[in-house]
Design a protein around this ligand. Structure first.
Ligand code: XIL
Length: 376
């Protein structure tokens, strides 16, 4: 059997079509989205609790992904508003270790961890095993090494063990929650991705990764992190089925991370409520791990930035209602530096402005929406 290097995610035709459509909308119809908030910024936010204080009172984490720890936005915004941090890229396998032929370099990840801990924040580890994007999610030569191995299965088990132990030992006592497996499913499909891990080990790669992680550090929370766009589609159902099976096999999973990137559609709130309720009933903790909703999704509303705020309030509120929701992490700090602007269907709508602070680091209505959800 030849092990194929994981291909970049298959993009369905509908995504290409959407990209083309968005470019046309962008070129012909795009009106600037009015910012009606500069004068209407909340009393609550300015006079009352900060997000971090409200989260602490509520006993949950409010976090942000940190890309560049030296960026002025991080230095300005992180300490006062967030009590949890995720390294946007620095802890991914292929970033820590470019190739299996080379060694680990922890310097960037350590700088983020030191920074977060010096501000008394909890650190989420992201991520140990991710089948997508070799060279970023995993070392670039992983398929090549496995193809040369006499027994690829045995070899991959040894590689996973070495990786999980090395990284978790390195961050022991400093990283308290790990995304052990990230995005096992196809990005836009409903099945488990044909990653190198899946090709070689079948579905066993998931229980294996979790049991290695539990052995490496019994004192951290272990999460399975996935991106679901629509909580009633086939992917959502298959993911739920997978985690039920893993639960039945006593795989040591403490929590489910719902990434919550909202790029082309907003999820239905009743469906989301129902989904989180089911996760809670299975005994999982839940975290919203990579939340961002493009402002383009609200462009038809009278006051788009207020609508974005309302959405965050309701979505986070629904998660908290489940009783199992322990953390909410935004995928960035401020709109000038947001991941969505790199995504083809969203490029025409740049800036996508999904975050809590705007390009000038001004508080957005979204900040108040989150605050209200936490204070309820
Ligand atoms: C993204 C980062 O934000 C980008 O800077 C990088 O180029 C690619 O990865 N799901 C995940 C995250 O689990 O790790 C991804 O982060 C976004 C989608």
């Amino acid at each position: 059997m030849t092990i194929r290097a994981t291909q970049n995610p298959k993009v369905p035709f509908s995504m290409f079509a959407l990209t083309v459509k968005n470019f046309m909308v962008g070129a012909f119809k795009k009106k600037p989205i009015p910012k009606l908030y500069k004068t209407a910024i909340s009393e609550k936010a300015t006079g009352g609790l900060t997000l971090k204080e409200a989260a602490q009172k509520r006993g949950v984490f409010i976090g942000a992904a940190i890309g560049d720890v030296d960026s002025p936005a991080v230095q300005e915004l992180f300490p006062n508003h967030f009590n949890s941090a995720t390294a946007e890229n620095a802890m991914k396998w292929g970033e820590l270790r470019k190739s299996l032929a080379g060694s680990y370099d922890f310097s960037k990840a350590d700088a983020i961890v030191d920074y977060a801990l010096s501000h008394h924040a909890r650190m989420r580890g992201h991520t140990l095993v991710w089948g997508k994007f070799p060279g970023h999610g995993s070392p670039k030569d992983i398929a090549e090494v496995l193809n040369k191995a006499e027994d690829p299965r045995k070899m991959l088990m040894a590689i996973l063990e070495e990786h999980i132990f090395t990284v978790m030992e390195h961050f022991k006592g400093r990283v308290l929650t790990w995304d052990v497996v990230n995005e096992p499913f196809e990005l836009f499909g409903a099945n488990v991705d044909q990653s190198v891990f899946h090709q070689v080990l079948g579905l066993d790669f998931i229980p294996l990764a979790f049991s290695l992680a539990r052995q490496a550090d019994p004192n951290v929370k272990l999460f399975l992190n996935e991106t679901i766009y629509n909580y009633s589609d086939k992917k959502a159902a298959n993911f739920l089925k997978l985690i039920r099976d893993l639960r039945a096999q006593n795989v040591p999973i403490d929590g489910i991370g719902l990434q919550s990137h909202m790029m082309t559609e907003l999820p239905s709130l009743p469906e989301f409520r129902n989904y989180t309720k089911q996760l809670a009933e299975l005994g999982f903790e839940i975290e919203l791990t990579e939340l961002d909703a493009s402002i383009s999704l609200f462009r038809k509303e009278k006051n788009p930035y207020q609508a974005q705020s309302d959405f965050y309030r309701e979505y986070i509120g629904a998660c908290l209602e489940s009783g199992a929701c322990k953390g909410i992490t935004f995928w960035g700090m401020y709109d000038r530096d947001n991941w969505m602007d790199q995504l083809p269907p969203l490029i025409p709508f740049r800036p996508n402005n999904p975050l809590l602070f705007d390009e000038d680091m001004f508080w957005k209505p979204a900040y108040d929406g989150v605050l209200e959800a936490l204070r309820k």
